[in-house]
Structures are given as C-alpha cells and as structure tokens.
Design a binder for this molecule. Structure first.
Ligand code: NDP
Length: 300
C-alpha cells in the first residue's frame, strides 16, 4: 500500500475544534450562541442514531441544540407550522429536517419551506441555485467535507481533472459544482456513463458517491490520484462470525490504496466530516445572520 490515508476522523475533530473556538469567541465578544434545530419525524432507527449524535456534537462545540421529535403520523400542515416557528425563532440559526421523511410528507415542499439562510443542509432550491451560479450559499455538508479534505491535501485544486461518480442532489451534483468553483475540470459520471474505467483513469481526483460496495478497483485509478470514497455500504462479514456485517466504501480499498496518492478509508473518512460540516454551516449561518465575519476555512 502506497497511498497516504486521509484520516477523516482526525480532520473532523480538528474542524469541530475550530468551530468550538469560534463559538466561544462569539459568546465572549457578542453574547451570541449559535443554535441548531433538528426535526425528526418517525422512528427510523438509523435516523434516530444520526439525530442523537448530531445533538451531542452540537452541545460539545458549545452551541444550543433543539431537538423536535414528531410521530410518524404527523401531518404536513403541522410539520410546516413547526418549520415556520423555527424560521421565526432568532435563537435558531440552522434547521435540519432529517431525511427520509415518511411517505405521506412531500420532501421538496418541506425542505423548501425552510428559510434558505437557516438551511444548513443546503438542500433548499435557492441554495442549489446559488451554488450553481457561484454565489454565496449554504453548501450540502458531505460535499463540503470532501472539498475541505481535498483543499487540505492539495492547497489549490485549480486545473486538476476531477471525476465525480454519482449525480445525486445531495452528493454528486453539489460536489461537482464545488470542484468546478475551485477550477477543476469536472466530469460527472453516472449509471449510463460509457467506459467508466477509462473516464476514471483520467482523474487526478476521484469522488465516488454511488452506493455500490467496492465497485471501483485499483486499476481504474491513475497513479498518484486522490480518492475520496463517499460510499457507505454494509456487507456480510462471515469472517467476523455468523450474521456479522462490516462497512465498505464504493472503492476497493486495498487495491485503490496501492495506486492512489491519497485515499479516504471507510469507515473513518468522509463520514465523520459530514456532522463536522453541519456544525460549521450552523456557525456560518449565525455569523451571516448577525453581519459578522464568516469563520475562515470552514466554508466553501
Ligand atoms: P444515490 O443513490 O442518490 O445516487 C447514486 C448515484 O450513483 C446515481 O447518480 C447513480 O446514477 C450512480 N450509479 C449507480 N450505479 C452506478 C454505476 N454502476 N456506475 C456509475 N454510477 C452509478 O446515492 P447518494 O448520492 O445519496 O449516496 C451515494 C453513497 O454515498 C451511498 O453509499 C450513501 O450511503 C453514501 N453517503 C454517505 C454520506 C456520508 O456522510 N459519508 C452522506 C450521503 C451519502 P443514475 O443517476 O444514473 O442512477
């Protein structure tokens, strides 16, 4: 194995540390405490875990955490009413509605009812448009985390060839926009891309956001390229015992690591950066709302 392993866990801890320092300064200098409201509808176990760890980390960096747990049968009207209250609440700077929502709720309608300035997930259609046109916006957390790791690795990304595999609204497309904004030459690949291996072989930067376990082998990787593996896939692990599972990325780690210059592991790569960037976005939203300088190095 020759690649440098990009330690997302350590990097995320560093980001949270910088957020905490900035939060402490906001309190001391401006008597301001950023607040993040997380809305969870229903009892999806994975969502409950995410919401719990978001709340814990929000408090750890010194911010206020407001959790709103609604039952699975909550009506759209009631949910929109709650979002309206959070939009109007000056102690709330960031609002996150945990997805997926139960089927009877219209996700687009709900997300687009959040005040774009408080939309710390960056999914509101206004933020999507602002990002696409290169204007100041709230940026989706996972792609922001990937961008921070890439900038940390390379400094300037200008002129690099980047291939993003996956074109979802939450990862692939915003990732491509961010790389374009940093002056990469960007290719977005997807399930209809012809000869994906050849496309990926051209890339100095590969971002895999597909959701297919270990799909990208090492012989698709250009020697020395940086590989950012967003995929989180649970697969059977009979070697650990009957019924056991383990997490793998979209890249075949060992074989990619033999060729790449740097690579993120799964777990411990992109995953931890997502919550760190949620906290960074909440801080940014609070600074913008109050006309204060944005935290350096924590925005796109
Ligand atoms: P989606 O299912 O929304 O999108 C997957 C994309 O992969 C689609 O654009 C699809 O193409 C493309 N794709 C599917 N099969 C192939 C193929 N054979 N070749 C090339 N492209 C293909 O997934 P998400 O973007 O939401 O998530 C992707 C992965 O990232 C998942 O494993 C998810 O768990 C993980 N994830 C991790 C996060 C983190 O915090 N680390 C956060 C969010 C997601 P098409 O559009 O043509 O169907």
């Amino acid at each position: 194995m020759s690649a440098q392993v990009i330690d997302g866990k350590a990097f995320a801890a560093d980001v949270r540390g910088r957020v905490a320092e900035h939060v402490a300064r906001l309190k001391a200098d401006h008597d301001l405490t950023p607040g993040l409201a997380v809305v969870l509808v229903g009892e999806d176990p994975a969502s409950q875990v995410y919401v719990r760890s978001k709340g814990k980390m929000t408090v750890e960096v010194g911010m206020n955490s407001f959790e709103h747990k609604l039952d699975a049968g909550t009506s759209e009207k009631d949910l929109l009413e709650l979002i309206g209250q959070l939009n109007a609440d000056p102690s709330v700077h960031g609002i996150l509605v945990q997805l997926p929502l139960p089927r009877h709720l219209n996700e687009d309608l709900v997300i687009n009812s959040i005040d774009p300035a408080k939309d710390v997930d960056g999914f509101h259609i206004s933020n999507v448009g602002l990002l696409a046109t290169g204007q100041k916006s709230m940026v989706p957390c996972t792609p922001l985390g990937c961008l921070m790791m890439l900038r940390n690795q390379h400094g300037s990304l200008s002129g690099m060839d980047a291939v993003v595999i996956g074109r979802s609204n939450i990862v692939g497309k915003p990732m491509a926009q961010l790389l374009l904004r940093d002056s990469c030459t960007v290719t977005i690949a997807h399930s209809r891309t012809k000869d994906l291996a050849e496309v990926v072989r051209r890339a100095d930067i590969v971002v895999a956001a597909v959701g297919r376990p270990e799909m990208v082998p090492g012989d698709w990787i250009k020697p020395g390229a940086t590989v950012i593996d967003v995929g989180i896939n649970r697969v059977d692990a009979p070697e650990k015992g009957e019924g056991k599972t383990r997490l793998v990325g979209d890249c075949l780690y060992e074989s990619c690591a033999e060729v790449a210059g740097a690579i993120t592991p799964v777990p411990g790569g992109v995953g931890p950066m997502t919550i760190a960037c949620l906290l960074a976005n909440t801080l940014t939203a609070c600074c913008r709302e109050n006309g204060l300088a944005e935290p350096e190095g924590l925005t796109a």
